[in-house]
Write a protein that binds this ligand. Sequence first.
Ligand SMILES: C[S@@+](CC[C@H](N)C(=O)[O-])C[C@H]1O[C@@H](n2cnc3c(N)ncnc32)[C@H](O)[C@@H]1O
Length: 237
Amino acid sequence: MEIDVFTLFPEWFGWLGEQRHVANARAGGSTLDCVNFRDSTTLSGGQVDDMPFGGGAGMVLRVDVVEAALRARYRLDPVALRERRRVIALAPGGRLLDDAFVDELAAEPALTLLCGRYEGFDERIVEHFCSDVVSIGRYVLAGGELAAMVLCDAVLRKLPGALGDERSAVEESFSAALDGNPEYPHYTRPAEHRGWRVPDVLLSGHHARIEQWRRERSRERGERQRAERRSGASPAE
Ligand SMILES: C[S@@+](CC[C@H](N)C(=O)[O-])C[C@H]1O[C@@H](n2cnc3c(N)ncnc32)[C@H](O)[C@@H]1O
């Protein structure tokens, strides 16, 4: 997979690139490149944003600046680009990133991520250049970089060879293997700490019973989550 992140802070992604699963994905042929909007802006002083028409606080990322950055990278009209690869604007109000959506994105050959800052994007960027608008949660971050890193992290760890043990990505929270439920609890040594004992079944060596116990705990957690959502204690999806 080829991931390009457009941002005003490309250096932040150095840390992400050093993470084991990301390095493994890269060793397997995937790429994670950053492009700075400022590198291709034709405006003086590296300007990339402007005041919002109609007034209001904050600055808005300019459509001409984003177009120049996409053209410089892909040598293509950005209106046509989204037919060739997913072009994703990160925004709090976008489609919520969940495990099924991560699977969908992980199946793509290439992704382009646009990180907003300040007040966000000129709406024409989203309307004309983007195939998707993605949110990592119903709260507002200062910029799209952390959201892009969350998306990259979640997507890249799904790629073959990214995790040390392929089984890790198969049976985990929200996966189809667990019917979309959260994962069951894990325990390790010591078997007892301050009187808190690990459930006997996990020490029994009886694989079928362990499997059944895990499924039940996972299902219970899912039911609890759904009840919390119904009662308003957890946000709706
Ligand atoms: C301060 S936010 C802009 C918020 C915008 N004015 C609003 O109210 O929706 C700046 C940028 O951070 C990113 N961002 C903030 N929260 C996000 C979230 N929950 N998911 C994805 N991106 C987010 C977006 O790229 C956004 O353009």
